[in-house]
Design a protein around this ligand. Structure first.
Ligand code: URA
Length: 473
């Protein structure tokens, strides 16, 4: 029996350094016990094993395994080290195993990795700093209770985002301190160590103000989206009673600023707000589709886009890649855009439903149509995207997208190819979904339908140009 003692619960490098020679020597997983100890000198406590510096000839692992392992290793599940070693050992004989999403071991590790990713996003989206003054001046201190061992893994994000501030993040297991130049680590803390009182989170207040439009935002929905656990730490929830009570002067000026930002300062606040929105969507649990899906597939494209395309939901390939319209339907879509003279890089592309809905049949995941409840639950995100991007023209690709944008059942054949008003304002067009074109067997008809789709896209392109001409006058 080999006992491997890792120095810390999130030390991927130590796990890898121990696991590689074990796997190279074909040590069976049942002969290895993994544990976490206090001191790095314990690294190979049981029978000595070869260290990584002894090369393991010809033993490489695919990149997706490393990505999976780096995340799964941060889970609190005590079996994670052993499960990862099991997978590593099998990979030697089954090099494509990581791609087999139906394999129970791969699935279990993917679930761990997904939970970790969600926790990482929650920390980014919901951590709140409060201002304190110490001997050296102003410091921002935040308290956060992660579910997994994600704090060190998230440190670079906070260093980048708040590089010019002095800050501390306190958590039960470890604390991080940034002095504007260097990051240091301290022991865990308790909530009592963090300051109470008014948080000063201007950035986050600006974000919520910038997506707040009194005509359209449902405050209940906004609160529902923020896990209740985080409310008490969040300055923007302090805005809500004011909004409800109608403290209109302040809101009006915030909204005016935000709208100026949306139209003018597209490179600054709107980009930041969009990133925060995307990060929040990563941990969306508004409907049950998040459970089997790999990840949220959020919209993609410049915040300054004049044209927004809305599809139905991510497919199998989009679910794995985390990007919309990259699979077969995406290829048809790209070809049609290019034929219509629209550069994909310049448009914003998103979906009505942000998680892949499927039925598992053996190893295959078969697309399943989202229901009205799922479309409605996901509409909150589309509304936020619409408010931030403010496209000149939105295009619904297919019936699900139209149902989401218009809030009613739409017959494509009747309503396709002409400008319409969205219920919340803004011009929208309806056309077919690219996957409809893929399903047509008859070659001549398929070509004809493709040409009609391109015609719709050309009209949409002209509609954007017409609006921009009016704006320029
Ligand atoms: N179909 C969609 O509706 N959206 C995608 O992102 C991919 C396929």
């Amino acid at each position: 029996m080999r006992v491997v003692t890792l120095p810390a619960p999130d030390d991927f490098d130590a796990w890898r350094d121990a696991a590689r020679p074990l796997a190279a020597a074909d040590v069976p997983p049942e002969d290895v016990v993994w544990q976490v100890g206090d001191t790095p000198t314990d690294l190979f406590a049981g029978q000595a094993v070869a260290h990584e510096s002894a090369p393991s000839p010809g033993f490489t692992v695919p990149r997706p395994f490393i990505d999976l392992a780096r995340n799964a290793l941060l889970a609190t599940d005590p079996e994670r080290f052993a499960l990862l070693y099991m997978l590593l050992a099998r990979l030697r004989r089954e090099p494509k195993l990581v791609e087999d999403h139906a394999d129970p071991l791969v699935r279990r590790l993917e679930t761990l990795a997904k939970n970790v990713r969600r926790d990482i996003h929650k920390m980014r989206a919901f951590l709140r700093f409060r201002e304190v003054t110490d001997d050296a001046g102003v410091r921002y201190v935040a308290w956060f209770e992660p579910e997994h061992h994600i704090v060190r893994a998230n440190a670079a994000f906070f260093v980048n985002r708040f590089a010019s501030m002095r800050w501390s993040i306190l958590t039960p297991d470890v604390s991080l301190h940034w002095d504007g130049k260097a990051l240091s680590e301290g022991p865990g803390a308790t909530k009592a160590d963090s300051p109470e009182g008014d948080p000063i989170e201007a950035v986050w207040k600006t974000y919520y103000a910038s997506i707040f439009n009194p005509a359209r935002v449902k405050i209940g929905a906004m609160l529902k989206e923020m896990p209740r656990k985080y409310w008490k730490n969040m300055p923007e929830t302090a805005l809500v009673p004011q909004l409800i009570a109608g403290a209109q002067a302040r809101e009006a000026s915030m909204i005016a600023t935000a709208q100026t930002n949306q139209r003018g300062d597209v490179g600054g606040n709107s980009q930041l707000a969009w990133e925060a929105l995307r990060d929040e969507a990563a941990s969306c649990t508004r409907c049950p589709l998040y459970k089997p899906a790999t990840q949220t597939v959020f919209g993609e494209g410049p915040v300054s886009a004049r044209l927004m395309f809305v599809g139905e939901q991510p497919g199998d390939q989009e679910d794995l890649a985390g990007k919309p319209f990259v699979g077969p339907a995406g290829q048809v879509f790209n070809r049609a855009l290019a034929t219509a003279g629209i550069e994909r890089d310049t448009v914003y592309v998103t979906n009505a439903v942000k998680h892949f809905k499927f039925e598992q049949r053996g190893k295959r995941r078969i697309h399943a149509k989202p229901g009205a409840g799922e479309i409605d639950a996901c509409r909150w995100w589309i509304e936020q995207e619409q408010m931030l991007i403010r496209p000149a023209v939105s295009v619904a690709l297919g019936a699900t997208a139209a149902r989401s944008l218009f809030g009613r059942v739409v017959t494509i054949g009747k309503e396709r190819g002409r400008a319409q008003q969205l219920p919340g304002g803004g011009e929208a067009w309806i056309t077919v979904h690219p996957s409809y074109l893929l399903r047509i067997d008859d070659k001549a008809r398929a070509e004809d339908e493709f040409a009609q789709f391109v015609e719709d896209l050309k009209k949409v392109r002209a509609a954007v140009a017409a609006q921009d001409t009016v704006l320029a006058e």
